[in-house]
Design a protein around this ligand. Structure first.
Ligand code: NAP
Length: 274
């Protein structure tokens, strides 16, 4: 059995660190684990703000990389810059986007952006970091942030759900291939989280204030535990775990029908609020 990860004073890359879950993961890695961080996203000013706060509060070191991770050349640059002067021990591939609405209304260029960010960018980053971590022999690890939507099909988030199903299957298959190696790969699959994504997509209109949405901090704590203990797959929150477990016992058509009903209502609420 592989030893648990130990993040203390190690360098961890966190993508999508400018908001939501990524920001919460970075903050907890600094405050609870004294990890040094390489923060990645497009909005540099948000990353710089976080860097200054974390360095000042927790006496750790942070670097920032502004990169559009839907662009493969930016992923190659992130990899080069992150390993240039530091030894990277862990990589949290968290950056992701959604589209909430009728799939037929999703413009093609937005679909391609979703696919590039949620799928191709992740595969490219794994292709670069995995051999690096293996060669370093420090027992490092990668965590892919997927979603419950990658385990259960979600109507009105069809493309997102499909992209996360890819990440879940890809990650679990790869985890098995890595069994004998000194690195680990964890698939982390949250349900709803109260973040910019839920707000800007309009999903919050229906779910805000309900137990369905986890706070980014709660979710981040479970994410870090899952990565630290090298779990293959982890679903945070008892309600989400109950949902995933219950889904195994029920016919798939019933699950998709029920999800369709809930999200149709959420879409109507979004339209009414516009
Ligand atoms: N919110 C939920 O209910 C929920 C549920 C299950 C899973 N998840 C997953 O959790 C992850 C984090 O989502 P979140 O809820 O924290 O959303 P969020 O607050 O919108 O954060 C998304 C992060 O991804 C970054 N990002 C998006 N596109 C990018 C790009 N092209 N290049 C670089 N960075 C990019 C954003 O930074 P910039 O805009 O600064 O680039 C931001 O930091 C995602 O993978 C999401 O699918 C979320």
């Amino acid at each position: 059995m592989k030893e648990s990860m130990n993040f203390s004073r190690r360098w961890i890359v966190v993508t999508g660190a400018s908001s939501g879950l990524g920001k919460a993961i970075a903050t907890l890695l600094a405050s609870e684990h004294q990890a040094n961080l390489i923060l990645v996203a497009r909005r540099l000013e948000k990353l710089e703000e976080l860097k200054h706060t974390l360095e000042k509060k927790h006496s750790i070191q942070c670097k920032t990389i502004a990169a559009d991770l839907s662009d493969i050349s930016n992923i190659e640059r992130m990899f080069r810059e992150s390993i240039q002067n530091e030894e990277v021990y862990g990589v949290v591939l968290n950056a992701g986007i959604t589209y909430f609405g009728e799939h037929q209304q999703l413009p093609w260029d937005q679909f391609e952006q979703l696919l590039a960010t949620n799928v191709s960018g992740i595969v490219k980053a794994v292709e670069l970091y995995l051999p690096y971590l293996t060669e370093k022999s420090q027992g490092g690890g990668i965590m892919l942030v997927s979603s419950v939507a990658g385990l259960l099909p979600v109507p009105y988030q069809a493309a997102y759900s499909g992209s996360k199903a890819f990440i879940t299957h890809y990650g679990l298959a790869l985890n098995e291939e890595l069994k004998g190696d000194n690195v680990s790969l964890t698939v982390f699959s949250p349900g709803g989280i109260a973040t910019e994504m839920t707000h800007s997509s309009g999903l919050a209109a229906q779910f805000e204030g309900s137990a369905v949405l986890q706070s980014p901090e709660q979710c981040a704590a479970e994410a870090i535990n899952a990565m630290e203990s090298r779990r293959a797959l982890y679903v945070p929150g008892w309600l989400n775990r109950l949902q995933v477990f219950g889904a195994r016992l029920l016919p798939r058509s019933l699950l998709i029908f029920s999800a369709g009903k809930i999200y149709r209502k959420a879409l109507a609420a979004k339209r009414n609020s516009q």
